[in-house]
Write a protein that binds this ligand. Sequence first.
Ligand code: AMP
Ligand code: GLY
Length: 426
Amino acid sequence: MKVLVVGSGGREHALCWKIAQSSLVDEVFCAPGNGGIASDAVCVGIDSNDIPGLAKFAKDSGIDLTVVGPEAPLTAGIVDAFRSERLPVFGPGAQASRLEGSKAFAKEMMRRASIPTARFGVFSEAGAARSFITGADFPLVVKADGLAAGKGVIVTSSKEEALSALDEIMVSRAFGEAGSSVVVEERLQGEEASFIAICDGEHIVPLASSQDHKPAFDNDRGPNTGGMGAYSPAPVLDEASCGRVMEKILYPLVHAMKQEGITYRGVLYAGLMMTGTGPYVLEFNARMGDPETQPLLMRLKGDIVPLLVETAQGGSIRDMELSWEEGPSVCVVMASGGYPGSYEKGRVIEGIGDAESIPGVKVFHAGTKLVEGRVVTSGGRVLGVTALDTNLKETIDKAYAAVARISFEGVHFRKDIGHKALKRLP
Ligand code: AMP
Ligand code: GLY
């Protein structure tokens, strides 16, 4: 079969790499892809938001399955557009993707399904939000309702900060239309973890647990990024907590969506805060995590394609399961200096082949492109250097040994990826 992956980041590189290994798959295409994806798939120069262009390509090329990586085309309705043309596609439709596209919608669904989440209010008018903030007797987080490329969330430590966050989002519109309504919620304490699963509308197949590192600098300092590294499994999400997430969060959510007439088919990603009283939901995403996908797919044994096909076709995944390497995997993101702020592009990257010559290392590309046969930087997050080994300490060391072989001007990476997990191990 022929598979098209939509997107151009590290997540999509990992998807192409894994899908290309399937015995069911003859050819993988990626739109638009990047400099590294070009070695695992045929890159097609169509933007990931050009839904008519992608549909035309899928039809003309006889694509048997399209897998959508990023949230923007999902919330814009790529899945609905493909289905209306009978093109098999993996991902939730536009209505279901509102779980990620509107934080207010996600909160409302959580309230209906009694899912543990921070106390909150939703406001489309600044005055009412101000009164809520002034009256709250707990620390607050202020969130733009809509998609803001992961940036529309301000965690505050005082009422003054919360009020100025509100002004930034709702009055100055720092995140544009995403800030026309806001969610103001209680600031929770704990360690964050990612729980990602595949859902056929009724049944749920969990992936292994994972953990991201959002802040730019070591010890979780500095501004939030798309994610500076990840590992799987996440010891903070032990087996009992995973069971609780399935039972108290994912199944109730999917059933509540169904009651609203929305069949949720695709990836369901719960961003969790592990609190003293169990897992609480910070957010839902309608797609795989980036960079969590890189270590997850490194650890995944066997083929993911049957699960994607069955879900895309509207079949049942009740009897399907995934199996995982016992050992952990760790992904260190190498970023352009300055990211998540402004940064230079076009820096030549050396040493990727050398890094990948270490057994159990794969370098996934995020912001790279090929220029005259050389790989150069073209984005904030540039590479996801991912290692798999038998124990966590060795895996971390291996990932950093691979990182040490790669260089480009201005490179920045965190030196403490995986350290939280190390601290939890005996
Ligand atoms: P979100 O996009 O909603 O996941 O928020 C982005 C980041 O903001 C999360 O990864 C957390 O680090 C932080 N955050 C969001 N909501 C809360 C909350 N209620 N309490 C504490 N931190 C939060
Ligand atoms: N790594 C966080 C995310 O994909 O949203």
